[in-house]
Design a protein around this ligand. Structure first.
Ligand SMILES: [Zn+2]
Length: 232
């Protein structure tokens, strides 16, 4: 168990970052609106938020092949509605979405459709975003970048705030459930340049975090950049 104390938050929710990094000062634009066709970077260990109109498609690219990208879709009109993996699993009768499958919200509305996946299709929908508590439990005694804070900071960077950190769609994270129901933590099986494409079925904010996990080898212990672009 962690014996750390953490900064007291003024809000009685889970929406405040527990530290900061470059995510906060480097949004793609003031309100997250993208230039169509431009390729943006999610720098290693950081997060980015991008605003999608209904029907637009985001391509998220695993540039090194070895990187996990935690991904969320928030209803831009109401950030308390978001892509929910537990609701998605029930909706699609699968634990990993495949091309053609919907991503649904905690209100069981379709917020996105996974259109394309050039990778072998190994992703995770079971594991919480890494957060400062996770790193503290692993013995880290100073601030460590985390996907939870990257999500909070990426939203803050475009003037938004969510009250919680939903369980993300962990793109390319290879944490299979074994026949005895244990979970393994393994490197990705994707190759450099693999990408997924997700079509927005609601106006939404997509948040991505290039996972900074450098202790458990899900990123080969070497977090790297991923990239994304938006098309109409
Ligand atoms: Zn992470």
């Amino acid at each position: 168990m962690s014996t750390h104390t953490y900064p007291a938050c003024c809000e009685k929710d889970n929406g405040s970052a527990l530290g900061t990094n470059a995510t906060l000062s480097s949004p793609i634009s003031a309100d997250g609106t993208p230039v169509i066709g431009e390729v943006y970077t999610v720098p290693a260990r950081c997060g980015r938020a991008v605003r999608l109109k209904k029907g637009q498609v985001i391509r998220i690219i695993n540039t090194p092949g070895s990187q996990v990208c935690d991904t969320w879709l928030f209803n831009s009109a109401d950030l308390s509605e978001f892509s929910s993996m537990e609701h998605t699993r029930a909706f699609i009768d699968k634990i990993i979405p495949q091309p053609g499958d919907a991503l649904v919200t905690n209100q069981r509305r379709v917020i996105g459709t996974l259109l394309t996946d050039t990778s072998p299709g190994v992703h995770d929908t079971l594991i919480a975003a890494c957060d400062l508590y996770r790193y503290s439990n692993m013995g880290i005694t100073e601030y460590h970048d985390s996907c939870a804070d990257n999500m909070r900071l990426a939203l803050n960077a475009i003037g938004l705030r969510a009250r919680e950190v939903p369980q993300p769609l962990n793109l390319w994270m290879n944490t299979p459930v074994n026949p005895d129901y244990t979970i393994s933590w393994l490197p990705t099986v994707s190759k450099a340049g693999d990408y997924v494409e997700i079509r927005a079925e609601l106006e939404c904010i997509v948040v991505m975090s290039a996972c900074p996990q450098d202790i458990v080898p899900i990123n080969g212990c070497n977090p790297q950049d991923v990239h994304f672009s938006v098309s109409e």
